[in-house]
Each structure stands twice: as C-alpha cells, then as structure tokens.
Design a protein around this ligand. Sequence first.
Ligand SMILES: *[C@@H]1O[C@H](CO)[C@@H](O)[C@H](O)[C@H]1NC(C)=O
Length: 504
Amino acid sequence: MLSRPCLGYAIGLTLGLVAKGVNGAPCDIYATGGTPCVAAHSTTRALYDAFNGALYQVKRDADGATTDVKPLSAGGVANAATQDSFCAATTCLISIIYDQSGKGNHLTQAPPGGAASGPDANGFDFLASAHGAPVTLGGKKAYGVFISPFTGYRCNTASGTATGDAAEGIYAVVDGTHYNGACCFDYGNAETNSQDTGNGHMETVYFGTGGGSGAGNGPWVMADLENGLFSGADRNSNPGNLPQTSRFVTAVVKGNTNNHWAIRGGNATSGSLSTLYDGARPDSSYNPMKKEGAIILGIGGDNSNWAQGTFYEGVMTTGYPSDATENAVQANIVAAGYATTSLTSGPALSVGSSISLRATTACCTGDYITHTGSTVKIQAVSSSSPDALRQQASWTVRTGLGFSGCFSFESKDTPGSFLRHSQYTIVLNGNDGSKQFAEDATFCPQTGLNGASNNALRSWSYPTRYWRHFNAVIYIASNGGPFEFDSKVSFNDDVSFAVGASLA
Ligand SMILES: *[C@@H]1O[C@H](CO)[C@@H](O)[C@H](O)[C@H]1NC(C)=O
C-alpha cells in the first residue's frame, strides 16, 4: 500500500472555533485575524482554547497497540501520563499527529517518494520515538516529535490548504539546537504525489543549515519552495536572516499571492518575532506559486529524508496572516512556557566515573561490553581475566559530546576514543571533533526495560534505538524495526545492561 489516507482516524475530535480575541490559543488568534488554521498539529498542547480531542496517537512497538493522548483539559497541555503509563517498561512511537483544525489533515507515516524510500518494509519513513523530546509547558510534562534522519510524516490528501498561488501562513515551534544541513527538516505545504514536480510546488518552514544561508553560522529559519532552501530571495544568501540559536525557536513562513512572501523568527520563550525576509519570490519560476496542498513534517516534498530536527507545534492557515496576528501568536507561545526537562532515567551515572556494562539476558550474564580495536562486542570478562581484557571492558563516563544532558563513554585503555554508532553498529572511534561524531557518541540512559536496577542506553540522535547485543555484536536497535537486529525476541533483556564498577 503506497498511499494512506489522512482522513478517517479521528475519534472524538472536538472542533473549537470559538473566537477568543488575541488572548486565545494560536488558532483562535488566527481566526480572529481572518486567516483561520486549516491544519493544526501539536503533540504538546491544544492549539484552540476549546480543543479537547486527541492530540496524537502512540503505538507500542511490542504488541502494536495504540492509544490517543489528549489535553489535560480543553485548550491545555497534553496528558503525558497517558503515554507514560501506556509505554511503561517498553518502547512507543508517535503513529499519528492529529489535525486539530477539524479538516482531518492528520499526519501519518510518510510513504516513499521520488528522492528516497524509507527503511521500513513498504518503503515508508520511520516514525518518531514517543520519548525522544520531553519538555515542560508551564511546568507540565509533554513530548515533542524528535525527527531523526529517515523519519517523516505526511498527509497527501489534505483539504482546505492553499493551492496554486493562494495565500497561506505557517509557523512551527522547533528545537533550535537539533538540526543538520541535510534535506529537509520541513513543515508545511508540499506535493501531493511525494515527487519533485518543480519550482514553486512547495512552501514550507525549514530549520537548519542546508541550502541557502543567512548571517553567521546558523541555524536559520528558511523556506523550502522546492529545489531550494531559501533564506530570502537570493538562492545563496540573505545577510538579513539572523541565526536562531535559542533552545526553542518560533519559525514562520508565509506566502502571499502576487510575488510576495516573508520569513520571520524568534525565541519561542521570550520576546517578539523578527522579520528575516519580506519581499519578492526568488525568480519567475516561483511566481506564480504552484502549491499543491499536501502537508509534510521532517522531510522534503520528494521525501528527501536525511534531515533532523524537533517539532513541538505548528499550523497552516488559509490567507496571509498579518504581522500583528503572528505577534499575538508568538505572545501565546511564549506564555505557554516551553522549558527543558531531563532526557535520562534509571540508575544515575556520574561523569568521570569508571564503569563496566554487563549484559542481563539469561544467555550472557557474565558478558561485558568490550572492545578489540574499533570492534565492540560482549564477551566473558571477570576479575581473574588478564588486565588488558579488563581494561578493554572499562569505560569512563563523560558529559555527552553532542548533548550535555546525556553521556558519552570513553575507552579506558584508548583515551580520546568513544563508543559511537555508525551504520547502526556500536564501534570505538577516535573523536574527530565533528558534530556528527559528537551526536553519534551521545547516549541517554533510561530505566532498564527488564528491571529498574539496569540501564537501557538510548541513542540521543535516534531515540527509537537502544544499545542491544545481538549475536554478541552491539547495535542500536529499535523494537520490531526493519533490521534483523531489531527483532522483538528478548528485546527488553538485550537492551538492558547492568552498570557496575570498572573491571580495571
Ligand atoms: C531565549 O529566551 C530565554 C528566556 O528568556 C533566554 O534564557 C534565552 O537566552 C533566549 N535565547 C537567546 C538566544 O537569546
């Protein structure tokens, strides 16, 4: 099946179109401004004051069961406890991000496209982990959508979204520290057939360092207009587009009729939006626009799926929102009070300590994570093993190279070399100082899936994936994913390690 409808999943949706003036939620504000939402997606909160329907659906990997997460109350923050209890001691994916607008424009697993197929059996992209992007809003816990490479959501049969040269507004709240330069961490309007059908067939928010550039080193809020990530009218550069380095960023792109569009952005936890570009389209191939009206999240219009980023909330409107309307939406986002929270759980690891990591599957409880050169495996080690072997099984806990709230593991006998994932396999490599290495070498310990005294080591950059021993090799594995080492058989035991004192 290569297409899945966007409609037909909504159960118990409540449509809240009660105009509340500029004090309302984002979609109330857009409605008051005469540019109502035609798509409203958020796993963290209701985007209408009156909305109390399902925000998103989580799917449990182990048994495929699903449940919907709703707001705590109408207009409120997501009820994270629903997810936490449903997914306790197992793993979950975000399977549907519901459209709150009442148009039925729900986002589901993106199908293959012209540029790329996903890794699943039908060529669909990965779904995001339900646990990858925990935050708080006004002190209440919620989960964002952590997009790793090859992860994407799409609605190719959207209704009510802008087509042709019609006007629209788009905003997204994203993690300003989670990005890359690959194509394309997008949210917005795209082709309905998942193919590149030409310039002007897309109009989305993009966040990262791909394509064009602005001032400094980025990351930047840009627009994907197809065959180009634009920081302004110039395909290459717009020095007026300032980097957005806040932890939470509000990213705005709006497209008017008649050769006019704009990019705006700002800190999603304080202050106002800056206009980063406002003017003409890049060239005549983008005027008039030929928007098709599908909706994408985390991928390009042709399913280019190599980007990463985190999405918390976003909408698409019909009509060109005024700056004043967007400024009121920004004030509402700031008032929502996004803040960070811990990405780790389970037995605490302390930076600087020297540890061993012992398998807990019944087969292998005398086996420890050990390296031989760059190869990493579990093998039997004990206090009577030769000193060299005990050293090879000993690791120094370091602050996460790619994210300081998680950890990296440095080899005791090869200082400067760290455990990192590469092609889904854990290897020991020297730190080359790159962003890629740092992120590949960062892991967030969780409560063991087979018991609270163990740790499951989750990849920071691929949070569906945990260290897992499989035929003695250590992979980053997802529960029931597409690869052989993703097998559900004894997954919980294979990903749970006993962290103990160093063997050397
Ligand atoms: C964004 O706002 C928060 C809250 O006021 C502040 O702590 C942070 O420094 C701001 N980010 C930037 C890049 O100024």
